[in-house]
Ligand binder design. Structure first.
Ligand SMILES: [Zn+2]
Length: 408
């Protein structure tokens, strides 16, 4: 069989695309701290930072040292761990905050200021001239310290496009490493994201970071669209935790990008660590990993319908776009239900080391369906039925089949 081209890889026409050349800014220790249940003590922050660093994220973003005394100490402590990931902290576009952040030993500052008419009217009440002047002072200061600097607007999709492009052009000329687009309210859709990032790509020469909230379920799709349009950095958090219902989840983004470039993603991230990292964070913030979570949800690799199970057993790619083994996960074919099929049952028979003919497997499958029409059967029940059937198959009735087996 000839190797087929990956239909999900970027096309030649996607000359702006960075889907196979981007970095993750992991913000569980900043955005994630804004999750309703979150409280990370110093030890937990360090544990999470180390795990994410080992996983391979390029950046860790921490809560502003201006937030509290402890936040500042924690920021310093994480900077002293000597991690491979660069450490950033997220600060308001203000000289006091910037000075405080520089003193913690971080590698860079993510500076943010609200530019939408809502924020200008109802939050800080500043006009664009003031914002530009403030941005210039803060960016110049950070640059003078030699640290990395990103300048981001807040609520970018409800900001005036001309204002937005003007301020980005200004800070780009000042020499920022990145400009940031933030869908702070989760209102953007992938098409709007693509348009805005592509426009911005034509205006600035620095990198472009994107931050997407998930209020309307577009956070992963928007991140993907941003990368297609030339964004270089994506913000994530573990399980997507953050303000309200959070942002682009680390695992979900990995799933999406794996489909585009498996080797690229596997080459830079230890995907088999995802489950442990998610469990670590879920426990720390007292939540369960959702049943339908990307990759690690309990049914993410469970196949149920008989027709799916048959194909999966022949070639997993038929119904799996992600290989569970690449993520340290295992595939499960569910058979104790009325949608089951004899191929799946045959596979279980073989796993149990039982010997039955195809005709016999079809017969016992009919029995499973009969029982499962009353209620779903656990794998234990199914196994008992198969073993008993196998035993009785040695002493068939006049039809050549064992009698219907009684089970719980
Ligand atoms: Zn956010």
């Amino acid at each position: 069989m000839t190797e087929q081209r990956n239909p999900y890889a970027s096309a030649v026409s996607d000359y702006l695309s960075r889907v196979d050349n981007f970095a993750i800014i992991e913000s569980t220790l900043r955005e994630g701290e804004q999750f309703a249940n979150a409280f990370f003590d110093t030890a937990k922050k360090i544990e999470i930072a180390k795990a994410l660093d080992e996983f391979g994220v390029e950046y860790l973003e921490l809560t502003s040292p201006a937030a509290s005394e402890q936040s500042r100490d924690d920021c310093k402590a994480i900077c002293q761990l000597g991690l491979k990931a660069k450490i950033l902290t997220h600060v308001r576009c203000h000289m006091d905050d910037a000075r405080l952040a520089v003193d913690t030993g971080v590698d860079g500052l993510d500076v943010v200021i609200g530019t939408s008419s809502f924020l200008r009217k109802f939050s800080h009440g500043k006009d664009m001239d003031y914002i530009t002047q403030q941005a210039t002072e803060v960016v110049n200061y950070i640059k003078s310290t030699g640290l990395e600097v990103r300048f981001s607007s807040e609520d970018s999709f409800r900001s005036d496009l001309v204002d937005l492009l003007n301020i980005y052009r200004t800070v780009d000329k000042l020499g920022v490493n990145r400009v940031g687009i933030a869908d702070t309210v989760g209102c953007a859709n992938p098409r709007q994201v693509y348009e805005l990032v592509r426009t911005l790509r034509g205006v600035v020469s620095c990198d472009i970071e994107c931050h997407f909230h998930n209020d309307t379920g577009c956070a992963i799709a928007n991140a993907y669209a941003a990368l297609e349009a030339g964004a270089t950095h994506i913000d994530t958090s573990v399980l997507g935790i953050g303000e309200r219902n959070g942002i682009t989840p680390l695992g979900g983004l990995c799933a999406r990008m794996y489909v585009v470039g498996r080797e690229y993603i596997m080459g830079k991230y230890k995907l088999e660590m995802l489950r442990d990292i998610e469990n670590l964070v879920a426990e720390a913030v007292d939540i369960q990993v959702p049943f339908n979570n990307y990759i690690t949800g309990y049914c993410a690799f469970t196949h149920k319908a008989g027709i799916h199970a048959k194909a999966i057993l022949n070639n997993p790619s038929t119904y799996e776009i992600l290989k569970p083994e690449d993520f340290g996960m295992t595939r499960y074919v569910s058979i104790g239900h009325r949608l089951t099929g004899w191929n799946a049952v045959k596979n279980r028979v073989q796993q149990l080391g039982l010997e039955l003919s195809d005709e016999q497997v079809k017969h016992v499958t009919a029995q499973i369906k009969l029982l499962a029409d009353i209620r779903p059967q656990s794998l234990e029940n199914v196994d008992t039925l198969l073993r008993t059937f196998h035993e009785k198959a040695k002493h068939p009735n006049s039809d050549g089949f064992p009698q219907l087996v009684e089970t719980q």
